[in-house]
Structures are given as C-alpha cells and as structure tokens.
Design a protein around this ligand. Structure first.
Ligand code: SF4
Length: 357
C-alpha cells in the first residue's frame, strides 16, 4: 500500500507478539499520525502460504507469522513492522525464533519491502524501550525523542486499559475493541459456571481463532469458565513461577509456568489445559514440569498440541472427554462431602487424567 498524500502507513502482522503488544502499538503509532494496516485474520491459506516457505519442523506460530507477512505484501503494504524482541527483562530471553524473526523473514520472503526491524533487548545497554520505539519510527522520519516518549504514553494508556478490562474477565476481542476506542469498562458477568478451567498457553496460540480452533468459545459452549494469563497480575505470575520452583530464563515462563503455577494453587480451578504448538522446544520442557507439579497438587491436566494438520473433530473430542471427566470428578467430590456429613463411608472415584499427544 503506497501512502497517499505523504500518509505514513505501517503494516503489522496479526500474529506472534501482536496478541500481546498490539494495544501498545496502536496507541503509540496512532499518536504519531502513523496509520496501521493489519494483516487479515488467519485462514487455512495463511497457514499453507507460511508453511510453504519454512522447514517443516518450524513451529506453527512462526509459519502463521510468515503467512501474515505475505498477506500484508499482497495488500500492497511496503513498510512492515518485524520487531526482534530479544529480552524483555534483564537476563530473561525470548526463544531463538522470536529473537531472530527479522533474519528469518529476510531469508524466506523474497518480495522486496522495507522491514522495520526494531530491536528490544533489556539485557543490553542502549536497546531499551525508547531506543526500540525510536527505531520503529525512524523510517517515517520521526526522530524527536520528546515526541516519541509522549506517544509511548498513549501506547501505555491503551495497553493498560486493555489489561484492566481483560483482568475483569472481559473477552479478549471485546477488551481489545474497547481499548482501541479509548474506552474502559469493567466486565460484570454474573453467570455461574459449574466447571472452571485454566487455559495455559501463549496469546498467539489462544486468541488466533484458526490456530486455537476457537478453544475458548468451545469450552464456554460446554458450560466451562475459562481463565488465562490475561486475568493475572505480574505479581501473581511471578508467584506462580515460584510455585513451580522455576528459575526464570525464558520469557515464555510468564504465560506458561507462571500461569500454571498460579492456577494450580487456585481452588476454584477444576483442571488445566496446556496448549502448545508442535515444534516448540521451550514449551515442551515447561509443559513436562507443569504436568509433574499438577500431580502433586492433584489437579487434572491435559496437554493439547496444535499444528497445521490438527483436525477439529479430534480436538473437540479430546476437549469433551476432559470436560466430562471434570464434571464427574466434581460430582463425586460433592457426593463425598454429603456422605461424610451423613457419616457414610467415603466414595473414592479415581478420575485423574493426564494425557499427552
Ligand atoms: S516459543 Fe515456541 S511456539 Fe513460540 S515462537 Fe518460540 S518455538 Fe515457536
């Protein structure tokens, strides 16, 4: 998309860090008068276009990311934001695929375009947030640091509003939509659910409707209340990482071990679903640790792995089986309580269920 009348346009792929950072990017770029063009939502075509350019073993989220770059190029966008987010806190690193995203794209996408490859590395001097933002807008001729810092405040405002609404239990799409409109509402959903599940995964696995096969909507249709990392504060996540006795190294820990660790101790949570992408090294290690800890907490857990071949029918069957087991376990617990109150012997139903693909 060639900019008309000196219009500044940046393309943002609707993939990977989009699901975490977009509220910030929106507030920031918009405050500087830069128009954002997003790639279209993920489709089967996006996945197969991206998969065709990378080796088979590459994880699904990266294949999807490549597909979104191609989608933006098809739309005619000539400046695309491909950040390299190396380290999000001192000595806390992203996986190598996220860190090397600009190199990966440069090597596999042959159509020429301007890649805006800002680097954020909080483990190195001079590669903090403001430097990252300055690199992001330099191709538009914006170099005034005061303007950049001012625009970052707008970014944080949108980001914080999004998180306030998400923490109140509002759905991802609704919270994002309100945040982008500059609105803040607190969700007041009083509906009662018989079963609560913690869905442990990355935003790009959960909120991409195609990759996740709308897992949250499917669970809600089964009368399940779903909790994710978005309902937790930073402190709760850190406390969750400590619960798993983990020494933090990967940025992934926040959304994986931190979230799992918190919900393992939460009595309102009946079970955990760990959703990871086939080919993800860091997550496969973390899921193993989470499963071991879940046994100690006597919390049922299922691990679902997704790739571009995952069939919806089999996916739903496994979800239904897990939810059904949770219902039966809960019912047995209620019967036990009544029997104990009535001095009857305890009825023990062993329904713990651990499954990995
Ligand atoms: S963390 Fe895992 S799923 Fe995410 S990009 Fe890295 S390898 Fe892929």
């Amino acid at each position: 998309m060639q900019a008309n009348n000196n219009e500044m346009v940046i393309g943002i792929p609707r993939a990977m860090n989009f699901y975490h950072n977009y509220p910030f990017y929106y507030g920031f770029f918009t405050a500087l008068g830069i128009k954002i063009v997003l790639s279209d939502v993920t489709t089967k075509q996006t996945m197969s276009d991206g998969s065709a350019l990378v080796v088979t073993e590459t994880c699904l989220p990266i294949k999807i990311y490549v597909g979104h770059i191609l989608n933006l190029l098809n739309k005619g966008v000539d400046k695309i934001f491909v950040p390299s987010i190396q380290s999000i806190a001192p000595k806390i690193y992203n996986c190598s695929k996220i860190r090397g995203l600009p190199d990966l794209i440069r090597n596999v996408v042959k159509t020429p375009f301007t890649m805006i490859e800002a680097t954020l590395d909080k483990s190195e001097k001079g590669l903090g947030l403001y430097e990252f933002l300055a690199q992001a807008v330099k191709p538009f001729g914006i170099t005034d640091m005061n303007r950049i810092k001012e625009a970052s405040k707008a970014g944080w405002r949108t980001f914080n509003n999004f998180h306030i609404m998400s923490k109140s239990g509002m759905s991802y799409k609704k919270a994002l939509s309100y945040a982008l409109q500059g609105k803040v509402f607190i969700e007041n959903n009083t509906k009662e659910y018989p079963i609560s599940i913690a869905l442990v995964s990355h935003g790009y696995n959960i909120y991409d409707d195609r990759a996740s096969m709308k897992i949250i909507e499917k669970l809600e249709a089964m009368d399940v209340k779903v909790y994710t990392a978005l309902q937790l504060s930073h402190e709760q996540t850190i406390e969750g990482i400590n619960t798993l006795g983990d020494k933090m190294y990967w940025a992934n820990e926040y959304e994986m071990t931190g979230t799992a660790g918190h919900y393992l101790k939460d009595n309102k949570i009946d079970g955990i679903i760990a959703l990871n992408a086939f080919g993800c090294g860091p997550d496969s290690l973390m899921v193993e640790r989470i499963i071991r800890k879940a046994k100690q907490f006597n919390k049922p857990i299922i691990n679902l792995t997704i790739d571009e071949q995952t069939g919806e029918a089999g996916f739903v069957t496994r979800l239904e089986a897990f939810v059904d087991m949770l219902f039966r376990k809960k019912r047995a617990n209620i019967i036990n309580k009544i029997d104990i109150q009535n001095n009857k012997s305890e009825y023990l139903l062993n329904t713990d269920f651990i499954e990995t693909k």
